[in-house]
Ligand binder design. Structure first.
Ligand code: UD1
Length: 308
């Protein structure tokens, strides 16, 4: 049987669900593996197989890779504080399971691998905006393990590979019930419930917020380029920033939320969170030059979609 499925690990999670939907809408066949620790089941679709399982378990990995021609690896312990609390867990999932999966996928005949990496591996920025040539200096185990997985992948010569370094991804569908959820999701949920917002620090820290619709476009374009051109693709063996380049302070996001819903949010200031970086801002010029990708979502529209 022809290998024509795309395996999406962590496909039940925030980014994964959006990506699965987009790929199915393009007529692609998708296999999802997700242990449902933070993700959810997706309603049955004719072109989708959903395996409930842990990617760090080899028996699930081989089942998931059946009939697959491409792999998008999103499954991770994505919470930075959780990785700090439990470094062996981060090492097992974010590093070892990822590297084993890449090996097994290549052996199983997969010809394209796209990995969700993170801007956390840059650590405290030495210059802004951060380009891919910025030094790698993760401040915690999450960034370290993601970087080791990324390095192992990009060293491969046998398959088309690419790592996307995601900045602060936001959008509808991010779980809001976890203290580790993204700040915009937490703020929108609290505003919806007419609750006050907690700001850690003075609110002048900046983040590069990129909307999930732009992120899944980046994954799809990279995937298709590698499928068409293999190791000859301009993104092969590259680690590429996925960011909007439009940086906002937290205070600016609160003001924008206030405008979107027509209220003046009540803000409580708490001491800065341990390990927080002050400023983050990226440039995605390399991905623009390679494939013509740039973030399209207007920030205010993106916020409005969160609170509507
Ligand atoms: C985010 C990602 C992380 C990624 C990193 C890359 C999320 C949840 N985390 O971390 O996976 O590796 O970018 O750089 O997307 N804050 C408040 N009040 C709140 C919640 C947060 O003031 O209620 C502040 C935080 O202290 C921080 C900023 O908002 O200064 C952003 O926090 P958060 O959304 O958790 O993301 P990062 O820490 O940047």
């Amino acid at each position: 049987m022809a290998k024509n499925r795309i395996l999406i690990t962590g496909g039940g999670g925030f980014i994964g669900r959006h990506l699965v939907k987009l790929l199915l809408s393009k007529g692609r066949k998708v296999t999802v593996i997700d242990d449902l620790s933070t993700g959810n089941m997706i309603d049955a679709e004719p072109n989708m197989r959903f395996i409930v399982g842990d990617v760090s378990d080899p028996s699930f990995r081989s089942e998931a890779l059946e009939d697959c021609c491409a792999l998008v690896h999103l499954a991770a312990i994505a919470s930075v504080p959780r990785c700090e609390e439990d470094p062996p867990l981060s090492e097992r999932v974010n590093r070892r399971a990822a590297i084993s999966l890449f090996d097994e996928a290549a052996k199983a005949g997969v010809s394209v691998i796209v990995h969700a990496s993170t801007s956390a591996l840059y650590g405290v920025p030495e210059f802004l905006p951060i380009s891919e040539s910025h030094p790698i200096a993760p401040i915690g185990v999450y960034g370290r393990d993601k970087h080791l997985a990324e390095t192992a992948l990009l060293g491969r010569k046998d398959v088309g590979v690419c790592a996307l370094r995601l900045f602060n991804v936001y959008g509808v569908g991010q779980p809001s019930d976890s203290p580790y959820s993204g700040v915009l999701t937490i703020f929108s949920e609290r505003l919806r419930n007419q609750e006050s917002l907690t700001v850690f620090g003075d609110g002048k820290q900046t983040r590069d917020f990129v909307h999930v619709s732009d992120v899944i476009q980046a994954f799809t374009m990279v995937l298709e380029s590698l499928e068409q051109q293999g190791t000859g693709s301009p993104v092969h063996a590259q680690a590429l920033n996925v960011c909007s380049g439009q940086t906002r302070t937290l205070l600016e996001t609160i003001e924008a939320f206030g405008d979107a819903i027509g209220v003046d949010p009540v803000v409580i200031f708490n001491p800065p969170r341990e390990g927080d970086i002050l400023h983050s801002s990226g440039t995605s010029e390399t991905l623009w030059k390679a494939l013509g990708w740039s973030a399209q979502m207007d920030f205010k529209d993106g916020l409005r979609s969160l609170v509507s």
